[in-house]
Design a protein around this ligand. Sequence first.
Ligand SMILES: [Zn+2]
Length: 322
Amino acid sequence: MSSHILGIDLGGTKVLAAVLDAEGRILARARAKTRGWRDDEEVFRTIIQVGHRAIEHAGIAVDQLAAVGICAPGPIDFDTGYIIETANLKFKNFPLGPRTAEEFGRPTIVENDVNAGVYGELKAGVAQGARDVLGVFIGTGIGGGLIVNGALYRGSSTGAGEVGHIIVEAGGPRCGCGNRGCLEALASRTAITRDIRKAIKRGKRSSVAKLLTKETDLLSGKDLKAAYDSGDELVRNAVNRAARLAGIGIGSLLNVLGPEIVVLGGGVVEAFGDDFVGRIERSARDIAFEINSKKVKITRAELGDDAGVIGAAMLARESLEG
Ligand SMILES: [Zn+2]
């Protein structure tokens, strides 16, 4: 029986594909950049090509695949495999699951990328063996995923887990979702950059001023880390404030959910490492009730870029088992 699974992670800047064996080990990978695409068909063709390259690198034939799991940003209808909308890609109501199933001739599931990433960490990463997991991924935006009783929690609506859009400051800065004061509008890389840009406009000095000449310029995790380490006071304050606010959001969620482990990932967490995680942790524990703080482990994700493909592949495998 065919036992390999193809996992595909469709991101704002790249598409990553990997073939996993029956034990969940990655046999081969392939990737492509996703910038500058004209339309949804071009995005789709690239996804299929990268998938085929990973299959080729793994030295197997397509008919040795049992299933395909794809993860992508934005709201996804898990039941139909449609991508409803993506912020950075050209998809709108696109039948990604059905079209991919047709291309490879294999059952295909489509899952939200952060959900898949958290699921990957549960199955093969830092959250292995845990029952209740809260995943928070801090990058350009803030994504979240929940594992409850060992299973991905989508809620009755299927839209659960939007940790980035809990409101931490009523009437605060406008979020990409349209609301004000969301965690994402306060603690993401986009929010940190906005705060730094504003302060520079008010006359504050910073070593990153030269990187912010255009309104659309976004500081990278690397830029922020370098300025932080060099003692740039403006950057240090903005980053530390973001960590404190992320901790306030997470501490509130500890009280609601009582998880066993909080997994922190994403570009900002990867760039800043343990010191940033420590700040988030202190801020979260500060407001969580003792009963909800005592046993929870707050830690960094460990699979990096592989979390999404592994999670998507694992979910595809499990969908076969019904
Ligand atoms: Zn929001």
